[in-house]
Design a protein around this ligand. Sequence first.
Ligand code: UDP
Length: 254
Amino acid sequence: MARRRILYEGKAKVLYAGPEPGTLVQHFKDDATAFNAEKRDTVEGKGVLNNRISEYVFSHLNEIGVPTHFIKRLNMREQLVHEVEIIPVEVVVRNIAAGSITKRLGVEEGTRLPRSIIEFFYKSDELGDPMISEEHITAFGWANPQEIDDMMSLAIRINDFLGGMFAAIGIRLVDFKLEFGRQVENDMVRTILADEISPDTCRLWDAQTNNKLDKDRFRRDMGGLVEAYREVAQRLGILQENEPIKTRGPVLVK
Ligand code: UDP
């Protein structure tokens, strides 16, 4: 059997060429990194959980008409996705102050923001993902004004949907990061949601206790990362209590 062609390897995922033109296989690794990869570790089972949680979120987004790259899950660690050209802008939506905004603006962690706030960051490991404005995005040609509009309106719809989805299972959606891509179909280019939505890319707090159920457990050396991600998956009803998640090899699912 031929070795698969790696098209891109990131901190937590690998992209392989897909079975058909215009498709890719997105593989979730167990690697965890933070602070621009200065802190790194392997957390067994994380990739399996993120694959399942992201599958759940993306398939629901597809159902409500938010265009995404997700086609189907292939196995414990992999999903089939549409190939896109990634827009080099990270779109962060915040509902409650946490993380970088607390330091940048001196807002206390946990403060409910006056309204949901969208921020943009330039995707660049070298520069440590600096915060940017729409002006930078259009001036440097990273996205055009239509694409910025598309990203913002999709981000608002996704925030409404995710906020409700998590509220229903006793979780507060504090903030999250999105990445979008350009999908070329015939002569048309459209903006679709790409990457992943998981506890690696969201801040999720238990509504009763404010217990952190996300990657801050890793960033802050709190431990219990896999247990927290498992809790999210169980509350969403996508993982049974004793379902194994610690497998490394690909396991085919129908
Ligand atoms: N985030 C992410 N990838 C990044 C930066 C941020 O997924 O490269 C997510 C992060 O998990 C959080 C949200 O985006 O849910 C806002 O992150 P923030 O700007 O507060 O930065 P951080 O505190 O993670 O450095």
